[in-house]
Write a protein that binds this ligand. Structure first.
Ligand code: 8YV
Length: 321
């Protein structure tokens, strides 16, 4: 085992710019290399690759197999975020590299955002704001929205975040149904379980996505699911862009096959389909579901706890299995 007494001698590689607080902390305690600022990456790997022991990254920046395999001394990957789909977990595990993420601390804020999107599309909040700012109120009436109480909320992925969405939606008077890999026995018995996404969509006014990304769930929401959701149905996505066939979604919205969409995530972030920009029945957010001061601080604390824990005692708090 290596000598961990002087953490300043430990080389860490940060893949993309995380929040300034994390960067400042790591610069004060470790030898931090910033991958995104390094122009000549080959030379960097030749000179420092052999001593990098930790990668710090996020659900946005990930860690590829190529990067993992080019760091022979790598021990740990600490990710800022609960979703770790852009990290090559198989490559990490093949090398016995420990991977950590930040579950638990962001569930409430992500669930809040799902409700904000449900309300946003139904009560036409962003559209109404644009109406006032355009000076239209004195001369026109805005028109009506849709009530969410009494409507059916179908949640795809009833994990920690999905359950918090269900609790909030229920408080707004919505009926809850869900699709999950398996029916859950630890949720209220009146949550209806659907065995596939198409039948859940058929039974939903709002199809809310809260499942992990990655190859197993890629395009789980496709043209068939959107058709089943129907012309009065809304799609809400706070999960990952990859879980939706975005071309099929654009087409469904253009054809009026669904009523609208509230989207925090996209297939090719930060790119969003331009066809959606002019649609008033669509609310677009720049992946901000966990983006509050409080939650981002809790995520940062957990990243650093995992990282410090590893280099102090080989103990981490939230290891990805
Ligand atoms: C973060 C997320 O915005 O936790 C996740 O999986 O997508 C978000 O909380 C992201 O990890 C930061 O880039």
């Amino acid at each position: 085992m290596k000598d961990n007494a002087d953490t300043h001698a430990i080389d860490l590689l940060m893949v993309g710019p995380l929040i300034p607080e994390i960067i400042a902390y790591l610069e004060g305690k470790y030898r931090l290399h910033k991958w995104w600022t390094i122009e000549d990456k080959e030379t960097f790997l030749r000179e420092h690759g052999a001593t990098v022991r930790g990668i710090v990254t996020s659900g946005r920046f990930g860690a590829t197999k190529t990067l993992i395999d080019s760091l022979p001394a790598l021990e740990v990957i600490n990710s800022f975020g609960v979703g770790y789909d852009p990290i090559d977990i198989d490559a990490a595990h093949a090398r016995n590299v420990v991977v950590t993420n930040t579950p638990g601390v962001l569930d409430d804020c992500v669930a809040d955002t799902a409700l904000a999107l449900i309300l946003g599309v139904s009560r036409r909040i962003a559209e109404a704001d644009r109406f006032v700012r355009a000076g239209r109120w004195p001369n026109e009436s805005f028109g009506l929205g849709r009530k969410i109480g009494g409507k059916r909320c179908g949640i795809v992925g009833l994990g920690n975040i999905g359950r918090q969405i269900a609790a909030r939606a229920e408080a707004f008077g919505m009926d809850i149904a869900y699709y999950n890999r398996r029916a859950r026995t630890d949720v209220p018995a009146h949550y209806r379980y659907c065995e596939d996404v198409v039948s859940l969509a058929r039974e939903s006014d709002y199809l809310v996505l809260a499942l992990p990304g990655g190859s197993a769930t890629r395009h789980i929401v496709n043209a068939e699911v959107l058709k089943a959701l129907g012309q009065d149905g809304y799609l809400i996505n706070v999960a990952r862009g990859s879980v939706v066939d975005e071309a099929a979604l654009v087409q469904a919205l253009q054809a009026g096959e669904i009523a609208g969409a509230g989207l925090d995530v996209f297939e090719h972030e930060p790119k969003t389909p331009e066809a959606l920009w002019s649609m008033d029945n669509v609310v677009l957010l720049p992946h901000i579901a966990s983006g509050t001061h409080e939650t981002r601080k809790a995520m940062a604390d957990l990243v650093l706890k995992n990282l410090d824990g590893w280099f102090a005692t080989r103990e981490v708090v939230t290891q990805v299995v």
